[in-house]
Design a protein around this ligand. Structure first.
Ligand code: MN
Length: 439
């Protein structure tokens, strides 16, 4: 984690009043990057502040960025943020310092900058970068054990789980930002009586995860030490790894998930930077005395001391009936990122350890962030096990997601002596499966 500096000062406030509201996700201590547009204007980079967006393209044109952060500011104004990510966290940090100075109370730039703020409510957001590759990990023991108990009751964790962060290569092309509906997939499954059929998924599920955006990355064949892995972490988002469990159960042996996961993945549109998360660093997951010690390439003291983050994560469900009645969504999960057995730095180093090259804008998913308690189970396959329906506050029940259901994630980082910061929403509604051509 980078050192704390003036941008994290809890006493710092913004002349953008909504950024000082106690519940805001986007106080001046956050300053996440995204890509947005108004109506038919071109896409450009922006920075969230309260309920407004600092239009980085207009800010550069207005001359707000001179000297060292000028090139980073131009990169942050582009319609994809890959170039900013490639410049490394030193550049991102210099840029953050200047943006914070522009937006802080008493800034000399207030008169200029206040004219180029855009209301978030008037903006459309899209994927903040071109995502060349998306890898999804499996790093919560609690999630993995609940799943494993059904098939391997004696040893629910796979034998490799505590030796390496398990992952599969998922699909980058079907990543979407919050707000775009997800179509229930068609797929092949085996029914309980052994028939193999094709049709709309009947066990559609969510997975509550944190996403990571890769910064500079590594050339092919050149791995990166764990102590240097944080230099390749540009920032974070919330990530919903939609999962078609019936399709997954049937297709996954021997090679793992395929169509059950590539149907779509939803992420929150704002990237909370690596530096913004500094106050929320937390120790790595405590390993039991009889757990294997991680191999040297997956161990360093700094990562053990501060490799996780204190992020409260919640999932909410809004059903069509709740929506029609004007009811608020019901919380179905409350968990924390500290439940992960492996740190993001360990995931990055392990991913690069065979020489595989990660590129700016690649996305890693943390894996379902389930905790030990019942209310911290972070997907329906853990909550209902496909057989114990849950009852919602309005009396409806769910085993799996139904058409019209909307899943909403929120995340909030918190620490003593720091202003809490949030991620914005990651939400999507389930649309019905498309009719199969000719059937
Ligand atoms: Mn997942």
């Amino acid at each position: 984690m980078p050192a704390l500096n003036a941008t994290h000062d809890p006493a710092r406030r913004s002349w953008v009043e909504s950024a000082n509201a106690p519940g805001t996700d986007f106080p001046i201590q956050n300053l996440p990057h995204g890509v947005f547009r108004r109506a038919s204007e071109p896409w450009r980079g922006g920075v969230a502040i309260g309920d407004m967006i600092l239009d980085m393209a207009a800010a550069v044109d207005a001359g707000l960025f001179q000297g060292i952060p000028a090139e980073a500011a131009r990169a942050a104004a582009e319609p994809t943020l890959n170039r900013l990510m490639s410049m490394g966290n030193g550049a991102a940090s210099a840029l953050r310092a200047r943006i914070s100075d522009v937006l802080k109370t008493g800034s000399e730039a207030q008169a200029l900058a206040s004219r180029i703020l855009v209301r978030m409510a008037e903006a459309e957001l899209r994927l903040p970068c071109q995502v060349g590759a998306f890898t999804d990990f499996l790093t919560s023991t609690f999630h993995t054990e609940r799943g494993g108990r059904r098939t391997r009751p004696d040893s629910p964790l796979p034998p490799n789980f505590k030796h390496l962060p398990v992952a599969y290569n998922s699909r980058a092309t079907s990543l979407r930002v919050s707000g775009e509906a997800v179509r229930r997939p068609n797929g092949q499954r085996q029914t309980p009586n052994g028939d193999v059929v094709f049709g709309p998924c009947v066990n559609l599920d969510f997975e509550l995860e944190v996403g990571l955006f890769i910064g500079p990355g590594n050339p092919l064949g050149e791995p990166v030490a764990l102590s240097a892995a944080p230099e390749h972490i540009f920032g974070y988002c919330l990530l919903n790894d939609w999962s078609a469990r019936d399709i997954q159960r049937w297709e996954s042996f021997p090679l793992g998930p395929f169509l059950s996961k590539s149907l779509s993945t939803t992420i929150s549109p704002w990237i909370v930077t690596f530096e913004a998360m500094a106050p929320f660093a937390a120790p790595a997951f405590p390993r039991a005395a009889d757990d294997p010690k991680p191999l040297p390439y997956l161990t360093c003291p700094k990562d053990q001391a501060e490799g996780l983050m204190d992020i409260a994560l919640e999932a909410l469900l809004l059903t069509p009936r709740m929506r029609e009645a004007g009811q608020a969504p019901a919380r179905i999960t409350l968990t924390n990122f500290q439940n992960m057995y492996w740190t993001f730095a360990q995931m990055v180093t392990h991913h690069m350890s065979n020489g595989c090259n990660l590129m700016p804008g690649d996305v890693l998913g943390s894996g379902t962030a389930s905790g030990p308690t019942d209310d911290s189970r972070a997907c329906y396959s853990e909550i209902t096990e496909g057989k114990n329906p849950v009852t919602l506050p309005n009396g409806e029940t769910r085993l799996w997601l139904e058409d019209g259901d909307e899943i909403i994630f929120r995340g909030r980082a918190q620490a003593t002596g720091a202003v809490p910061i949030g991620f914005g929403e990651c939400r999507a509604r389930i649309d019905p499966a498309p009719a199969w051509p000719g059937m």
